[in-house]
Design a protein around this ligand. Structure first.
Ligand code: HEM
Length: 241
């Protein structure tokens, strides 16, 4: 294969066509290092991170749309948009596994170029961390308080799959997917730099397992615990004793 020719082709960008103009392909395809300067696994490393940032941007935008349909109490639109949000989260989780194809040996020269960079500085991640709390408030105001309902009622004493229950289940799926992303990331980190390694900021990566067990919507997890405790109290002895 003529390597030089293909390197040239990879570096040649134009905005001659409507496709290129609309999608801003020149800017997109020059957002990575020049091919000649790349370390072997670096293009993959950059593209996975950049794609994750784009998905996080779309996820944050989708949550904003969900919030406005919660205010309008348009449950159907909320549900279809949550389907999109969850698909983005699944893609984000799957994409992390691309980096499992990078050996520790290939990563270290890349790590040397990252300075004191930290995933905690990810713009998309920082926005996403701020969104669930106000989303929960909107849900509570429009689907619980207005209908005079509580989480306990929609899950237990007035359980009938009402709109509030359907949306609560979307919220817990969002929470669960978010945790799964963080756990998958933790596994990737351990696979690449080892368990209990030190981050480029000099912190122990143990903190990653703490943040991976973060719940955005504790009330939705607590109701399950409460119901189990009640069930355990009522259960009495085993029918097989
Ligand atoms: C082999 C690849 C990767 C390694 C070795 C790695 C390593 C790390 C380390 C050591 C931390 C802790 C940083 C600190 O304490 O300052 C961290 C945090 C983080 N990384 Fe990565 N990372 C990798 C890939 C990715 C990818 C592809 C993403 C996608 C967006 C990502 C997003 C994040 C985020 C959001 C955090 C903050 C997590 C939190 O605070 O709970 N990382 N990463």
């Amino acid at each position: 294969m003529n390597k030089k020719l293909f390197h040239q082709l990879l570096e040649t960008h134009s905005d001659n066509t409507d496709y290129e103009k609309y999608l801003n392909t020149t800017q997109l395809l020059t957002a990575q290092k020049k091919v000649a300067d790349l370390l072997p696994d670096e293009l993959q490393f950059q593209i996975v991170h950049q794609s994750e940032e784009l998905w996080m941007k779309l996820l944050a935008y989708t949550l904003l749309q969900i919030d406005s349909y919660l205010v309008k109490e348009n449950t159907n639109r909320v549900l279809t948009l949550f389907r999109r949000a969850h698909k983005i989260q699944r893609l984000m989780i799957d994409q992390l596994s691309m980096l499992e194809t990078m050996s520790p040996k290939e990563y270290f020269p890349i790590r040397a170029l990252l300075g004191n960079g930290s995933g905690q500085e990810s713009p998309g991640f920082k926005i996403l961390l701020q969104m669930p709390a106000p989303l929960w408030q909107t849900f509570k105001k429009h689907y619980l308080e207005k209908a005079d309902l509580t989480i306990e009622q929609i899950y237990d004493t007035k359980y009938n799959h009402c709109d509030a229950y359907l949306i609560a289940e979307q919220l817990i799926e969002f929470d669960s997917n978010f945790q799964e992303f963080l756990y998958s990331h933790l596994r990737l980190v351990e696979r690449t730099i080892g368990p209990r390694a030190t981050s480029l900021k000099g912190r122990s990566t143990d903190a990653l397992s703490i943040s991976a067990s973060r719940n955005f919507f504790p009330e939705l997890w607590n109701i399950r615990t409460q119901m189990t405790e009640q069930w355990t109290r009522r259960r009495g002895s085993s029918p097989y004793q």
